[in-house]
Design a binder for this molecule. Structure first.
Ligand SMILES: [Zn+2]
Length: 444
């Protein structure tokens, strides 16, 4: 039935934020059901034709189901979301935990473990990288993700292989997943002649300029250089910023200031920004105002932050490691949640499942009741920050790229892993079987 080109999904609940105002305008006052009201879910039927949504019909008590004898899938009040977008990942590091675990779980341990695996042991050859990265793509796709931005470590000995593998996988997977790449280097690299050539290579790849931003005396010079290089090549930028608990770490502030100074108009994304949560209120407010003014999107990585931040041997962590997502959101900044690392020295767990990211993010950052529009943080907001117009939406004329859950409320949605979700791509239910871990055994 799900392979039919014309059918209805009936009795679904879609978060209001995805439903066009025109469709829900006259319907909201009819919402007597407290779960629908509290969770801001819109009850409806969807007509799918040739892979696209052609009708969204509100469903209320006694309303007729307008299916015209077409095949139906009964969602039984289950929640439907658009397919997910994972704005901040590291596919190149993923799934090397068994051979390079981070046994003390610290940030330094993560850096050392990655350096050992990539640079000292030179493990990231074509076959190794291709298979681990593709394993991540298979997991993402099966869990319902449609777009991924990955940061790529680019030490000189590695960059050729990495960019080749990325290009090949982007091409192979292009009908399933939009893939974007960001360079992951020290900002100082762009202040060199090789760095300028590297910016050309990123432009040639269709990638995004990025790096790790620390509060160093030369920070403004480095940022000035990067914004100039990005501007000349019409590239977006994406920084790892302030991934620590040092109140003096204020590179987010400097990024916003330099972007404004240079009148930088392409999209800027900053990931982590953990130190914002340990700064005094005045400093925080000043930085958030600049971030808003510079139109910077913020991506929080709740699982990785909780894992690495405040990790000290034989001591219980005292803070959750995440940035001020609620305050940023309240100021009108676009805030996304993403997975970050997956089964590598920076995060020992994960499965590229954006529902898990949303679930953990909700619990770590208290995004529950009201859930507000936080489901946008793993769907429409990251898609917009990636510049993708047809991702993260549920609208008439949009591709029917949807995830259907059995859960009927957010409490149900975020209480089970939802391993039995259905994922529709262009209106067709895909095989959601996850790749077997043993696929990678000979690499580990
Ligand atoms: Zn990262």
């Amino acid at each position: 039935m799900t392979a039919a080109s014309h059918y209805w999904i009936i009795n679904a609940r879609i978060p209001n934020c995805f439903i066009d105002h025109g469709i829900r305008e006259h319907s909201l006052e009819l919402l007597l059901n407290s779960t629908l009201r509290r969770d801001r879910l819109f009850p409806c039927h969807l007509e799918i034709l040739d892979g696209r949504i052609v009708t969204i019909s509100p469903s209320f008590q006694d309303s007729q189901i307008p299916t015209n004898n077409l095949p139906i899938i009964d969602a039984k009040q289950g929640i439907i979301t658009p397919c997910f977008t994972d704005l901040h990942t590291h596919l190149d590091k993923g799934h090397m935990w068994e051979r390079s675990p981070n046994l003390d779980g610290t940030f330094q341990g993560a850096l050392k473990g990655t350096y050992r695996d990539c640079t000292e042991n030179r493990n990231w050859n074509y076959d190794d990288l291709y298979r681990r990265m593709e394993f991540g793509l298979k997991c993402s796709y099966a869990h319902g993700t449609k777009a991924i931005r990955t940061h790529l470590d680019c030490p000189p000995h590695q960059v050729g292989t990495t960019l080749q593998v990325f290009r090949e996988l982007r091409e192979k997977w292009k009908d399933k997943i939009y893939l974007q790449a960001v360079s992951l280097v020290q900002l100082s690299y762009f202040d060199t002649e090789e760095g300028e050539k590297f910016a050309d290579a990123i432009a040639d790849l269709g990638g995004i300029i990025g790096g790790i931003s620390h509060t160093v005396p030369e920070l403004d010079r480095y940022l000035g250089r990067i914004f100039a290089l990005a501007k000349e090549r019409n590239l977006s930028v994406d920084f790892h910023a302030d991934e620590n608990n040092d109140p003096e770490s204020r590179s987010l502030h400097h990024i916003a200031e330099n972007a404004l100074k240079q009148d930088f108009n392409s999209q800027i994304v900053c990931g982590h920004c953990c130190s914002l949560a340990v700064q005094d209120e005045e400093t925080v407010n000043e930085t958030i105002a600049l971030v808003k003014q510079a139109n910077i999107g913020i991506v929080s990585l709740p699982m990785c932050n909780m894992y690495l931040q405040d990790r000290v041997a034989e001591r219980t962590p005292r803070w959750r490691g995440v940035t001020l997502v609620r305050e940023l959101d309240a100021a009108g900044v676009s805030v996304a949640l993403s997975s970050d690392n997956c089964r590598d020295p920076f995060y020992g767990f994960g499965d590229h499942d954006m529902l898990q990211v949303f679930s953990m993010g909700t619990k770590i950052s208290h995004l529950d009741t009201p859930y507000d529009n936080w489901i946008e943080s793993v769907t429409s907001r990251p898609a917009a920050l990636m510049g993708l117009a047809d991702v993260g939406k549920v609208g008439i004329g949009q591709p029917a790229d949807l995830v259907l859950f059995k859960a009927r409320s957010y409490s149900e949605l975020l209480s089970r892993p939802q391993s039995d979700r259905m994922v529709f791509r262009n209106g067709i239910a895909i095989d959601t079987t996850l790749p077997d871990y043993s696929e990678l055994d000979d690499l580990l």
